[in-house]
Design a protein around this ligand. Structure first.
Ligand code: AMP
Length: 401
């Protein structure tokens, strides 16, 4: 029995889980938010000695990531969740951008941290914070096995025809401009789970994984490898998301700048990242539940936002059926994928021509379940994703090597 921490650090937040391995039991989880602001928050959920679920919260200024880790670790001790830092044998850090360097999860050392810093231009909000957090953990838990688990690793198997943009080739050669994708840990986790569920080697399957959350991406997994994915150079591309545009004609950028009197191009990118998608279209919310509710109450813009979201998912699934010359399994996962039976049904309805049949009773679920009929030509599965467990497993694997 040993404890592994899965860490997901962002520019002003740090989410964590403590997982008992190899049992994969989550014994505590929580987050530090608003790092660097006047009022930071720490929240830790855990089960106490009497077996009662507890939630500890604390609000105070948390100046930086170093303080955030310090505060988290000292409170884990104080709450009795751990008795000693030595108990934490492994730490897995989610890293957003691994570029073309990291094709798999890798043990953390100084060179890796430097590379993560250098890759910051591909993930300016995430990589610098992740590098800082890795350094702090190295200092506080020097005995622990530490691994970096990259969002992009799973997609490094994409062939050039899918990762290259139709730009002058020098942009790729000189600046590494290409598709990197994201959500790799989730796509890999659910694809492997799907193969287990259908009882076939992943090497023999064509799988389309639909990670539909606030951020959303779709991946074509052939013979166990990602061969294409909807996100691009950054997580802005692909399907319509909570607040992100997904794919868009780049000519819109100068046009909008001129019309809106915007001089800083970053402002437009900010609009594309934060004010678009379901939020921008509906004018109601970035949250699927709110948009569904508004649409049901007769809000036409909300309905249009939903229709566009479904439409983009359908188109990507269709593309991936085409490039794999068919599909054996389609997986739905993440907040919308796991919870919205309407989304799953509406999307898969467009593949009835291939003999896909959704069983509406089976589809009435939020849990892991096959939701297609027994005679459906494609197996459609709902699989809750679990990136933290995937991270902890990678740490265990690297620890054993
Ligand atoms: P995630 O980023 O994976 O946490 O997913 C967040 C998204 O899942 C939000 O758009 C939520 O509205 C959506 N979501 C969560 N529960 C439901 C639900 N019951 N029905 C529809 N969407 C949901």
């Amino acid at each position: 029995m040993s404890k592994t921490m899965a860490i997901n650090a962002g520019s002003s937040s740090l989410k964590f889980q403590i997982i008992e391995m190899p049992e994969e039991t989550v014994i505590s989880k929580g987050l530090v938010e608003r790092i660097g602001l006047a009022e930071g928050n720490l929240e830790i959920k855990y089960t106490d000695a009497e077996g009662q679920s507890q939630k500890f919260t604390l609000t105070e200024e948390i100046a930086d990531h170093s303080r955030a880790v310090e505060l988290l670790l000292s409170n884990l001790l104080e709450l009795g969740i751990i008795q000693d830092f030595e108990e934490i044998k492994g730490v897995g850090h989610r890293v957003v951008a691994g570029g073309e360097i990291y094709k798999e999860s890798t043990l953390v050392n100084e060179e890796l941290i430097k590379n993560v810093e250098d890759l910051a231009e591909f993930a300016p909000l995430h990589n610098p914070a992740e590098a800082v957090v890795m350094r702090v953990f190295q200092e506080k838990l020097p005995h622990a096995t530490m691994a970096a688990v990259f969002d992009t690793s799973f997609h490094t198997t994409m062939p050039a025809e899918n990762y290259l943009y139709s730009l002058p080739y020098e942009f790729y050669e000189n600046y590494s401009v290409r598709k990197y994708g994201a959500h790799g840990t989730s796509h890999q986790f659910v694809a492997h789970r799907a193969a287990e569920i259908v009882g076939k080697p992943i090497e023999d399957l064509r799988i389309i994984t639909c990670h539909l959350g606030n951020g959303a991406s779709i991946t074509a997994v052939k013979n166990g490898e990602s061969i294409d994915t909807s996100m691009g150079f950054t997580p802005l591309a692909g399907v319509t998301m909570g607040t992100r545009t997904g794919d868009i004609d780049a000519s819109v950028i100068p046009f909008i700048m001129e019309k809106e009197g915007i001089s800083d191009i970053n402002e437009v990118i900010n609009i594309f990242n934060k004010k678009s998608g379901l939020l921008g279209l509906s004018g109601v919310s970035s949250d699927m539940r709110d948009v569904e509710e508004a649409a049901e109450a007769g809000n036409e813009r909300a309905q249009t936002a939903l229709d566009i979201f479904y439409n983009r998912v359908i188109k990507y699934v269709g593309q991936y059926v085409a490039i794999m010359n068919g599909v054996d399994v389609v997986v739905f996962t993440a907040g919308i994928g796991e919870n919205s039976k309407e989304t799953r049904e509406i999307v898969m309805k467009n593949f009835e021509y291939m003999g896909v049949k959704i069983d509406s009773e089976r589809n009435n679920t939020r849990d892991e379940a096959i939701i297609s009929t027994d005679d459906s030509t494609v197996t459609v599965i709902n699989i809750p994703t679990n990136e933290e467990i995937a991270i902890a497993r990678d740490v265990e694997r690297l620890k054993a090597n």
